[in-house]
Design a protein around this ligand. Structure first.
Ligand code: SAM
Length: 234
């Protein structure tokens, strides 16, 4: 099988001749699933040095070493967008993380609201989903997945960043594509409570927005809202 279409996220800084020891999982994939051989080439990226062509220079069943050969794409800026979404049940949260990564988000901040129906999340699993999505969609960086925060705590220290809160019950203006730093917040299946919306509304950077005439499922709102928000970004 050819390894040329493979892209792997490697945490180490990349430069010509740099040797990269892959993780056990990545080594297993290359050595035992893709049956890579010494000399086979693939692409790697580390989120800061662009994308590089690399060759397999060391291989055993449990460990593979690559050597970076040449840069194929320079590191390029990606949208500075955050998604703050009310934590959903596992499969839906997985889907939101995967699609938000494909859409170019920079930070994924799960939030706990009054009506959130999930309170536990496996961050390592979500980070693995984000890495796989970034590898597949040819991004040059992997979004940061933050630990869930109660909504009130997040808003206590909200940074200088426009926050668009998706509110299905208002006649707010339709969310328009944003440029520069921005954030989208979407609620849980049961929606935000009125006190939550009022409390959030007291933060100067907040704008209530509509995502259209229909009531979207929470996961649809997060994904569709991000697509709208980032429609004009590179
Ligand atoms: N309150 C809704 C109801 O009565 O069915 C349930 C909330 S909706 C399933 C989940 C979240 O998606 C909402 O909190 C909101 O953030 C977002 N959402 C869904 N449809 C929307 C719309 N048309 N405009 C803005 N936000 C929307």
């Amino acid at each position: 099988m050819s390894t040329a279409s493979i892209r792997l996220f490697v945490p180490s800084p990349l430069a010509a001749g740099a040797e990269i020891a892959l993780s056990e999982a990545q080594s297993h994939y290359l050595a035992n699933v893709m049956r890579a051989k010494p000399g086979d080439e693939l692409r790697i990226f580390d989120g800061a040095s662009g994308e590089w062509r690399a060759a397999v220079t060391g291989i055993s069943r449990k460990s593979v070493v690559l050597t970076a050969r040449a840069q194929t794409r320079p590191q390029a800026p990606e949208p500075d967008a955050w998604l703050c979404f009310a934590l959903l049940k596992r499969a839906k949260t997985d889907m939101v993380v995967e699609k938000a990564t494909e859409l170019g988000v920079a930070v994924i901040q799960p939030i706990i609201t009054a009506r959130t129906q999930a309170d536990h999340v496996n961050l390592d699993r979500l980070r693995a989903i984000a890495i796989e999505a970034a590898e597949q969609c040819e991004r040059l960086a992997v979004p940061e997945i933050r630990a869930p925060l109660p909504l009130a705590r997040l808003m206590e220290n909200w940074p200088d960043r426009p926050l668009f809160i998706a509110d299905e019950r208002r006649t707010s203006a339709l969310l328009a594509p944003a440029s520069g730093p921005c954030a989208l917040m979407t609620g849980p299946e049961g929606g935000f409570t009125e006190p939550e919306l009022e409390a959030i509304g007291r933060t100067p950077q907040v704008t209530r927005v509509s995502l259209g005439a229909r009531i979207l499922r929470a996961e649809t709102a997060a994904i569709a809202g991000l697509a709208l928000l980032l429609a004009a970004q590179p």
